[in-house]
Design a protein around this ligand. Structure first.
Ligand code: 3H9
Length: 718
């Protein structure tokens, strides 16, 4: 190996690339190509074009001995530009999978990837195509394609197992996990790990190896494993019998199996690319990309855009029940000091113990260090009196779901808390305007509807009362961001976005049971379609008395659809907690059909003059999901939700709508809005109870007439 003198000219910053997407500078005889496509250096078409030009130019340039490839803003690259998939631009030449990697493979000079920040998907594949990799220990590496419903398409299934080993590679690809550099230091993914500036270390490294030949290429290696084929066959079998594995997992195994040796590497690439294209074009992958961008958009725009959020240093949670506990834990996990307020000393001490245990579990699972755990345990305190929380900046009320009880709490909070403190309610459906009205600071009142368990579920519905100021809204959103929640903004309305549209869905399930379907038929149909749990199993899990109490609290009496659920409540069939609900639960907790429930439903249907009949699974799914769609259109038109994609985010992230279908709005577009309108009109003619619900909303009719997809509809631009 020849090494160059350290004191040669330090840097030439001339030679700007033809576009500003890849900046070329030189240090001595090392060309440094900087991927520069903020915010994540995605490998969009113009980046690839510039990269192809600069790589070939560097290879031709007699003044250059080696090339360092680095990402701007201390971030290598988040991979292919996900925006380009649905337009086809992602595969237009120069493509990553073909041209760029072919140019790299043909380079006569060493190319060194200098990785800091994220090297994900195609970004990592690009790095794996380089001859050497210098990686910051703090970098994050991974092939997350499986989480988007497809597999790596630029050699990831071939090169990664050659760098990290078959088992580790398979795990990384099939889980789509993002790994810290420190988790991979025992692998060959890096030629050098560093805690210093990777670019400088890489340039130094480049000088040292510039003339070393042959140039190492991962593709020249075999995937080493004593029983490689048997291992992959075993993994394939396991995946086939798993309900939770990603759709791409089997395809990734197939690709790996096709290219286990240096001589079959290109065959592996071929299989990989064919499977990548097929999966990336399919609906589940389209839905995943749509959800990715929809979650980024959620919570943006609207009144809060120009407001500066208040600084929140201390938080109180009022109510130490299940929700209060989860909310407190969510805040502590984000390093907020939290005081939990509850008059019941016993409940309070049990809650504190559970929070401490949960923090300890996080440490044991490696989600927090020992120091973080100790610090977080010190951040949590408790009191029986709101007086002790007077100086907090934000309080989240999580007491019993009863408007009068909550009003009393809000009066006390208003009288006690310092001026400017934000008063948030965790109500899931009650009137936030009414709560704001009992305070002398209605502009500081907002809804923060967490989902149970609040420390786990990512959805946060932020409810804007009429009086909520832009600053309060901006503050709730900024707190949500620090809690790592996906925040969706709703205007005050009965049930806000989520519970309101879900009410329409559950009503259809109830109506169909009155019309002759069994609870098990309804559940099974929706579960086969992709829901984890059908509506009746959900009701039994939550407890049939809970929605009943919620309806009573909102002043909603018995209505025809829910009356059948009230019959169960009257008889004490509350669900799992009483061993009987829509189902009878045997000693192993397995739900079985309950003849008493069927005997209750039939006479009720007769009383309502509803004729019972057989249902197909298709009809069941259609009615429940179309109910979501039609109610969502009302929610949009009334301005309860700002954009259609927010509803999809809420449904997928908080209500179990199958992610592979993108959400009800996205689904409706896939089915075709004209078909949606046609089916709704048929239901309007044929459904015996509340046929008026099935008048297709004018928004859907207008969009079906050619005004664009429902999922892209937004009140902000309308
Ligand atoms: C692939 O590479 C296929 C190849 O195998 C084969 C090709 C042939 N594209 O999340 P953030 C945007 S598939 C376009 O808020 P963070 C994002 O929308 C790809 N845009 O930041 C947002 O925009 P905006 C494999 C992207 O720091 C902004 O960047 N790659 C992409 O919390 C900031 O994002 C992945 O799966 C992208 N690839 O997290 C990585 N990535 O500000 C997906 C991000 O306008 N990305 N944006 O809303 C991520 O996991 C996270 O964004 C990341 C940063 C960890 C990178």
């Amino acid at each position: 190996m020849e090494s160059r003198e350290k004191d040669e000219p330090r840097m030439r910053t001339e030679n700007p690339s033809r576009t500003d997407k890849v900046l070329r500078t030189t240090e001595g005889t090392v060309a440094i190509l900087t991927l520069s496509n903020p915010p994540v250096n995605a490998l969009a078409h113009d980046v690839r074009t510039a990269l192809a030009i600069e790589l070939e130019r560097a290879d031709r340039d007699c003044q250059v001995d080696a090339v360092v490839l680095v990402g701007a803003s201390e971030r290598f690259s988040a991979g292919a530009d996900l925006n380009e998939f649905d337009t086809g631009i992602g595969l237009i030449e120069p493509s990553l999978h073909d041209t760029i990697l072919r140019i790299l493979a043909a380079m006569t000079k060493p190319v060194i990837a200098a990785i800091d920040g994220d090297a994900l998907g195609g970004g990592l594949e690009l790095a794996l195509g380089c001859h050497y990799r210098i990686v910051a220990r703090r970098a994050r590496l991974g092939l997350p394609e499986a989480t988007f419903g497809f597999i790596p398409g630029a050699g990831g299934t071939q090169r990664l197992p050659r760098a990290v080993g078959l088992e580790r590679g398979l795990n990384m690809i099939t889980t789509g996990g993002i790994f810290a550099g420190t988790d991979l230091v025992d692998t060959d993914i890096a030629d050098l790990w560093t805690e210093e500036n990777v670019r400088d270390v890489a340039v130094e490294f480049a000088r040292k190896i510039a003339h070393l030949r042959p140039l190492p290429r991962l593709q020249d290696r075999d995937i080493e494993h004593e029983h490689g084929e048997a291992y992959l066959a075993f993994a394939a079998q396991k995946i086939a019998s798993s309900k939770t594995s990603h759709v791409g997992a089997a395809a990734a195994i197939e690709s790996m199996a096709a290219g286990m040796t240096a001589s079959t590497f290109h065959r592996g690439l071929k299989v990989e690319f064919a499977r990548f294209k097929e999966l990336a074009d399919a609906t589940p992958a389209r839905a995943a990309r749509y959800q990715f961008f929809a979650t980024k958009k959620a919570g943006r725009g609207g009144a809060a855009t120009c407001a500066e959020p208040k600084q929140i240093d201390r938080v109180a949670v009022v109510g130490a029940g299940t929700m209060g506990r989860g909310i407190a834990l969510a805040f502590v996990n984000a390093d907020y000091p939290v005081v939990v307020v509850d008059p019941n000393a016993e409940v309070l001490s049990a809650t504190l113990q559970i929070i401490h245990d949960e923090l300890e579990k996080n440490r044991a699972r490696g989600r927090a260090t020992a120091d973080q755990t100790t610090q977080r345990q010190q951040l949590i305190s408790s009191t029986h009196s709101v007086d002790d929380a007077a100086d907090v900046d934000l309080v989240v009320e999580a007491v019993f779901e009863d408007l009068d009880v909550k009003k009393a709490v809000f009066r006390t909070l208003d009288a006690t808390l310092k001026p400017g403190a934000i008063l948030a309610t965790n109500t899931s459906s009650l009137d936030v305007d009414a709560l704001a009205a009992v305070t002398g600071r209605p502009h500081d009142v907002v809804g923060m509807h967490f989902f149970s368990p609040a420390n786990v579920m990512r959805l946060l519905e932020i409810v804007q009362a009429k009086s909520t100021s832009a600053v309060t809204l901006a503050t709730a959103l900024s707190v949500g961001k620090r809690l790592k929640k996906i925040a969706v903004v709703a205007r005050n309305s009965d049930g806000f976005i989520g519970n309101r549209v879900m009410d329409a869905y559950t009503r259809q399930a109830m109506q169909m049971v009155l019309e002759g379907a069994t609870p098990a038929q309804v559940d099974t149909a929706l579960e086969a379609w992709g829901y984890r749990m059908g509506p009746f199993r959900v009701l039994d899990l939550v407890g049939n008395d809970i929605p009943s109490q919620a309806r009573a609290a909102r002043g909603g009496g018995m209505d025809e659809d829910w009356a059948v659920a009230e019959l169960l409540v009257e008889r004490g069939l509350l669900g799992r907690k009483t061993g009987r609900g829509w189902y009878r639960y045997n000693e192993r907790g397995v739900p079985e059909a309950d003849a008493e429930v069927a005997n209750m439903i039939r006479p009720h249907a007769e009383k309502l003059r509803i004729q019972q009949r057989e249902f197909t699974s298709e009809e069941i799914v259609e009615r429940c999901v179309l109910a979501l769609v039609n109610e969502s259109a009302h929610v949009l038109e009334e301005g309860v939700a700002m954009r259609a994609s927010d509803i999809d985010v809420a449904m997928v992230q908080g209500y179990g709508f199958p992610a592979s279908k993108g959400g009800p709005m996205f689904w409706a577009d896939q089915v075709g809005l004209r078909n949606v309108v046609r089916t709704m009109r048929t239901l309007h003619e044929t459904v015996p109870s509340h046929p008026e619900f099935w008048q297709p909303h004018p928004l859907i009719v207008a969009l079906a007439d050619g005004n664009g997809p429902l999922a892209q509809w937004s009140k902000i631009n309308a």
